[in-house]
Write a protein that binds this ligand. Structure first.
Ligand code: PMP
Length: 404
């Protein structure tokens, strides 16, 4: 048995974290994994999550029964409103099917699985992913027999969006193709289309009859504002583009390990939505039977209570605000203090958890090997790993790597 099982390489991000942990250098920095850290470099339990957890566990009626197959009703309905808008016509008209999933990864998987079973592909069973994208997207779609292709997204020359290339890819793809779109705070580049660009993209998507597969893993992390970061998704939904949204609460609620997420599929009619719901339940049942309770209960409390919801928004502002401060400070150090060769505007223009520094593979590797700054070889850094204590060391190390 298992003679033919090839040895797979370890996951590069988690390998990076392991190497970081094993490193004894005092000034080491981990900028690999996309998890928020406070100014002391520590994981942050959101105060609102602590409060909701206390409330949850002091409830004498709390039990540990199974949740319904599609999830905790008060969680999924609040989650749908959070991304689509409290007054979204699709919700009011009963056209949204919302299913609780194993965080954003599970939402991507269930969405991909549903498409693999029921989407009427025009020719090849393929999905178009941004180049680059979250690497797991490739495996998730391949696992269900949908072949990933890429569309132009990032322009290394400008360290910005290749908008013309993106539009060209939409135009050239066969009609009714599936396009995966990052709802906000694109991973790994931190480069998002502007509002006007989103409007133009939506026009092409709609004219070509494409299917929008939105991945929303960072709502709130882009601008610090949950509503603002949902604009692209709401705009597409408002135009009636056929779509699905994968939603994660890992980052914006700091509930990484609790695996809280949802999948929202919008149908053209209520009647279609009912059929979709029935088949989603069948798929979910065979995969996980029932989603986990704890994180969903915490988020349901937060999203359905005006006071807690307000506190959550402030906690999100704290996280997004600290990241924006780090961007400004890094930019200042590179351009004013160190006069590092190059244009560093992109550091302050990019949004969300990540920044594409523009460093090449060699420079990125030099940072890991010489400076003990752990980052992926594509030049991506997690801004959340920087803080007031380590940013000077990081800027100096970056400067040294650029000067070679
Ligand atoms: N999509 C994107 C673009 C992501 O960056 C991530 C997290 N790295 C996810 C989905 C899923 O994360 P999780 O399963 O932890 O919610």
């Amino acid at each position: 048995n298992w003679d033919k099982v090839p040895l797979a390489p370890p996951d590069s991000i988690f390998q990076l974290t392991a190497a970081y942990k094993a490193d004894t250098f005092p000034q080491k920095i981990n900028l690999g994994v996309g998890a928020y850290r406070d100014d002391d470099g520590k994981p942050w339990v959101l105060p609102v999550v602590k409060k909701a957890t206390d409330r949850l566990f002091s409830d004498p009626n709390l039990d540990h029964e199974y949740l319904p197959i599609t999830g905790l009703p008060e969680f999924v309905s609040a989650a749908a409103k959070l991304i689509l808008g409290a007054d979204a016509p699709a919700i009011r008209e009963g056209r949204v099917v919302s299913v609780q999933t194993i965080s954003g990864t599970g939402a991507n998987h269930l969405g991909a699985l549903f498409l693999s079973r029921y989407y009427q592909f025009n020719g090849e069973r393929q999905v178009f992913l941004s180049d680059p994208t979250w690497v797991n997207h490739f495996a998730i779609f391949r696992n269900v027999g949908i072949e990933p292709r890429t569309y132009a997204y990032y322009d290394p020359q400008t360290i910005g969006l290749d908008f013309a290339g993106f539009v060209r890819a939409l135009e050239r793809a066969p009609s009714r193709s599936v396009f995966l779109l990052h709802a906000c705070a694109h991973n790994p580049t931190g480069v998002d289309p502007t509002e006007e660009q989103w409007a133009q993209l939506a026009e092409v998507v709609q004219r070509k009859g494409h299917y929008a597969f939105f991945d929303s893993a960072y709502q709130g992390f882009g601008s610090g504002d949950l509503e603002r970061d949902a604009r692209a998704v709401r705009y597409f939904a408002g135009r009636g583009v056929p779509m699905v949204v994968c939603q994660s609460f890992a980052k914006n609620a700091g509930l990484y390990g609790e695996r809280v997420g949802a999948l929202h599929l919008i149908s053209a009619t209520r009647e279609k939505a009912e059929r979709v719901r029935s088949q989603m339940s069948v798929l979910q049942r065979s995969e996980i039977s029932n989603p986990p309770g704890y994180g969903a209960r915490v988020m349901a409390l937060i999203m359905n209570d005006a006071g807690l919801f307000g506190e959550w928004k402030r906690d999100i502002e704290t996280m997004a605000g600290r990241i924006i401060e780090m961007r400004k400070e890094l930019y200042r150090l590179l351009t004013e203090e160190l006069k590092t060769p190059g244009d560093w505007q992109h550091i302050v223009q990019q949004i969300g958890m990540f920044s594409f520094t523009g460093l090449n593979t060699e420079q990125s590797k030099a940072l890991v090997e010489k400076a003990h700054v752990y980052m992926t070889s594509n030049g991506r850094i997690s801004m959340a790993g920087l803080n007031s204590k380590n940013i000077k060391y990081f800027a100096a190390s970056l400067d040294a790597a650029v000067r070679g």
